[in-house]
Design a binder for this molecule. Structure first.
Ligand code: ZN
Length: 295
């Protein structure tokens, strides 16, 4: 089976980095991932630059990317962000809905219901512009403020979001608390309730990220998010560090019989390059250990 890995490092990853990365480096980051075979990539975020200064150069990044080399995803949180994104060469837009109200208020300054209303307003505009829409459901496995998130709450939000006419629903473990059984339980509940392709986004905050991603693949999800080197997190979620590393996920998936279409050696070299740019080694392990030993 083929698994598509969505590379989220240039947006989700860098957003949580203390070092401000310049436009040129972001473009090279994206180009290196594309050269390694990445077909979908979070390239930029069109959020308030005052809140997320690292992402202020979204337009400049998009302007310098090779057209049609991959599907470039732009993150938008509201219509103002969509207005910016639609004037660039983004190929798809990603919206975010926090499953709990407290997290939604802290992160986006709106309730979950208000965030869903924003999705309902933006989705038809995106469709009109020919841009596929994915929606990430953040804190699907647990909330940094409210703790446990009931499966019924997740299903309720997923159903309402799916009704807005979107193309993909990403079930996200923003704070890194998912474990494989919970992944299977929640995916099966959401899949029973909505008729939209699912994608899964997990973090390795508590070393369960890779097991959870593999569980999602085994549950039939064919699109997984990962970040080169395992960089990133969320600046608004306390201690939520560590996306799963693209190269480590590729190793685990390919050894499990899945096809990712990605070049592991190229990813490892890019991960090392990224570590040099950030001034610290990236958390991923495969770039250090190497792939499966040759005979
Ligand atoms: Zn993430």
């Amino acid at each position: 089976m083929t698994i598509t890995i969505v590379e989220v490092g240039p947006r989700d990853g860098l957003q949580n980095e203390a070092v401000v990365v310049d436009t040129h480096t972001k473009v090279e980051f994206i180009n290196r991932c594309v050269a390694a075979g990445v077909q979908r990539i979070e390239a930029a975020s069109f959020v308030n630059p005052k809140r997320v200064p690292q992402m202020a150069d979204g337009e400049a990044v998009l302007e310098r990317l090779t057209p049609d080399a991959a599907s470039y995803i732009g993150l938008v949180l509201n219509e103002r962000g969509f207005d910016r994104a639609v004037n660039t060469q983004v190929d798809e837009v990603n919206l975010v809905v926090m499953v709990t109200d407290t997290f939604s208020q802290k992160n986006q300054g709106m309730t979950t219901q208000e965030a869903m209303a924003a999705v309902a307003a933006i989705a038809p505009r995106a469709k009109q512009a020919g841009l596929p829409v994915s929606v990430t459901l953040s804190a699907s496995f647990g909330c940094p403020y409210e703790g446990e998130v009931a499966v019924s709450r997740l299903v309720d939000v997923a159903t309402q979001v799916a009704d807005a006419g979107i193309d993909e629903l990403a079930i996200a473990d923003t704070i890194g608390v998912a474990v494989p059984r919970d992944v299977q339980r929640r995916l099966s509940a959401v899949a029973d309730a909505v008729d939209v392709p699912l994608r899964v986004h997990v973090h390795n905050t508590r070393n369960t990220g890779y097991a959870s991603a593999l569980a999602a693949a085994d549950a039939g999800v064919t699109v997984l998010d990962a970040s080169l080197g395992g960089i990133g997190g969320c600046p608004f979620a306390p201690r939520a560090t560590g996306n799963i590393a693209t190269e480590d996920l590729v190793f685990a998936l390919e050894r499990s019989g899945y096809d990712t279409g990605l070049d592991l050696d190229a990813l490892c070299l890019a991960s090392e390059w990224l570590g040099e740019r950030l001034g610290r080694p990236t958390p991923g392990l495969v770039a250090k250990a190497g792939g499966f030993p040759p005979a």
